[in-house]
Design a protein around this ligand. Structure first.
Ligand SMILES: [Zn+2]
Length: 527
């Protein structure tokens, strides 16, 4: 089982980094400004994350790291009556929020801190923070649980510039012997809690092992995530996981399999090999079509079962986007400025790197994947419509998607799924907080919650692309193309970070690495 676990681990999205270059720790430097005895963001428009529509102008009062008051101070288009505004205490700090939008800090539910392909924690953290991500869940603790827990502590004390961290250990990680019995599973789960993990990330295992591990983990009050990998999905799909206590489903594997009506195993070609990445991704792209059709009896039955269990879907669409449009993903403009040379190398067609399945990828594969997306999105949208929780997770940086940027792309893909932009923002904030059990601390802009905020000088509801660090393209009054947006401030724990400066730091790091390596960005096959 240990060997098996290693094989599965080596193949699964997220785990490729095992045994590769050790991550360079984020520097212990206090960056950002604050926290302040009092901070007032004045005259902004608030999108609070609960699903409420925007309202403004409001003054938001923060003391140290907590939101202590939110005051409506007038009406749009007329001057604000100064008498109605909260007073600034001595030593307090003000931000002029005129024309700005304030949102809760974003939660990336599938945020690998990584290892290997981008071996600088500072790089990963700053790309996240520059895109307003103030909390992440690391679904695998790829650099080892102790390392992630140490980073979590340093982030909590703001000794490093990083989002809040939740650490989910890969099931079986660090076990002294292969886990092949329910008793061993139970013992590992108990130990995982003792070691301080926030949860477990599963890839699948024998049914009795999965059942015991999930039930024991739930009994102990921890949460869980599962990527239902093909190697075990024929005997254990998402419905079984949810019934045993799994709290979030990652990606989408395991769900179409639960919707089969005319088969029990995916229609694999007879020369399929799971260790062949093109086989794996190409035939995954033909999977949703094999499932019960949208709104069919089986489709409804499975959906309603998951809803009754208060189950969370974390689709991570963006990491599959290259499957439906490779050209788009690999030419995303930010690669030139913000992608590390070693990460660019990792993305290139390769039979060994995880998710670099471009052996022979073209029209046929992409058309199948577009249909796959359509059927997948139909399920996710209706799940949301029936009251289900859907979160935003990026699963970066694989398959030509980059930290932070990929997360904003995920928000766009939730919009494409059929979510109203306010539903998108709620998925990115409150629903993420709920899925992590943090809804009393973060996830919405409400009195008593922690001051984790995104401040931007554009309305992201009108165009989510303004959230990209590179901004959105606009033509100004002089017929000149400009860039609008990019997050202005990411506030975490009442500390104000200049988001564009964070992105500048990332560029500097990338420039240094390029210089060291004499790197010139080339597309696959270019000489
Ligand atoms: Zn992952």
């Amino acid at each position: 089982m240990k060997k098996r676990l290693f094989v599965v681990a080596a193949l699964c999205l997220s785990i490729v980094a095992f045994g590769q270059t050790k991550m360079k720790d984020a520097p212990l430097v206090k960056e950002g400004e604050g926290p302040f005895t009092q901070l007032i963001i004045r005259g902004a428009t608030l999108i609070d994350g609960t699903g409420a529509p925007p309202i403004g102008p409001v003054d938001i009062v923060i003391k140290q790291n907590k939101i202590t008051n939110i005051v409506n101070v007038g009406f749009p288009g007329v001057p604000i009556n100064a008498g109605s505004r909260p007073k600034l205490d001595g030593g307090g700090k003000e931000i002029d929020g005129t024309g700005m939008y304030v949102l809760p800090g974003f939660v990336d539910m599938h945020g690998h801190i990584g290892g290997g392909q981008a071996p600088f924690a500072e790089y990963v953290y700053k790309l996240w923070m520059a895109h307003g991500i103030t909390t992440i869940r690391d679904p695998s603790a790829g650099n080892g649980l102790d390392w992630v827990l140490d980073q979590k502590k340093l982030s909590a004390s703001n000794s490093i510039t990083a989002p809040r961290i939740k650490a989910y250990t890969v099931f079986g990680q660090g076990a002294s012997e292969p886990i092949s019995t329910p008793e061993q599973a139970k013992a590992w789960v108990v130990k995982n809690k003792e070691r301080g993990a926030d949860g477990i990330k599963f890839f699948g295992a024998a049914p009795a092992v999965m059942d015991m591990a999930l039930r024991e983990n739930k009994r102990l009050g921890l949460r869980s995530a599962c990527h239902h990998a093909q190697m075990d999905v024929a005997r254990w799909n998402v419905v079984k996981s949810a019934e045993a206590g799994l709290t979030t489903m990652e990606h989408w594997y395991g769900l179409p399999e639960a919707l089969f009506t005319d088969k029990t195993i995916q229609n694999y070609p007879l020369n399929y090999n799971y260790a062949n990445e093109q086989d794996r991704f190409e035939h995954a792209g033909r999977l949703w079509k094999q499932a019960g059709a949208p709104y069919s009896e089986k489709w409804n039955e499975v959906m309603n079962k998951l809803l009754a269990l208060d189950f969370t879907l974390d689709p991570t669409y963006d990491t599959y986007e290259a499957s439906r449009d490779l050209h788009r993903a690999r030419r995303q403009e930010w690669h030139e400025t913000y992608t590390l040379p070693q990460l660019w190398a990792f993305y290139q067609p390769n039979r060994v790197s995880h998710g670099s399945y471009w052996f022979n990828w073209g029209t046929e594969q992409e058309v199948a994947w577009r249909e796959n997306f359509r059927l997948w999105m139909a399920f996710v949208n209706e799940y949301k419509n029936r009251g289900g929780r859907v979160t935003a997770g990026s699963d970066n940086a694989f398959i030509y998607q980059l930290y932070g940027f990929g997360y904003i792309r995920e928000l766009e893909l939730l919009r494409e799924t059929g979510f109203h932009p306010l539903e998108v923002i709620r998925s990115a904030t409150l629903h993420g907080a709920q899925a992590l059990g943090m809804e009393n601390e973060i996830g919405s802009v409400e009195i008593g919650k922690l001051a984790d905020l995104v401040v931007i000088d554009q309305n992201p509801l009108e165009n989510l692309q303004v959230l990209y660090g590179t901004g959105a393209i606009r033509l100004d009054e002089n017929n000149k193309a400009i860039r609008a947006g990019g997050v202005k401030y990411t506030i975490k724990d009442g500390i104000i970070y200049d988001a564009k400066k964070l992105l500048g730091d990332v560029k500097k790091l990338v420039d240094e690495e390029k210089k060291k390596a004499g790197f010139v960005l080339k597309q696959p096959g270019e000489q």
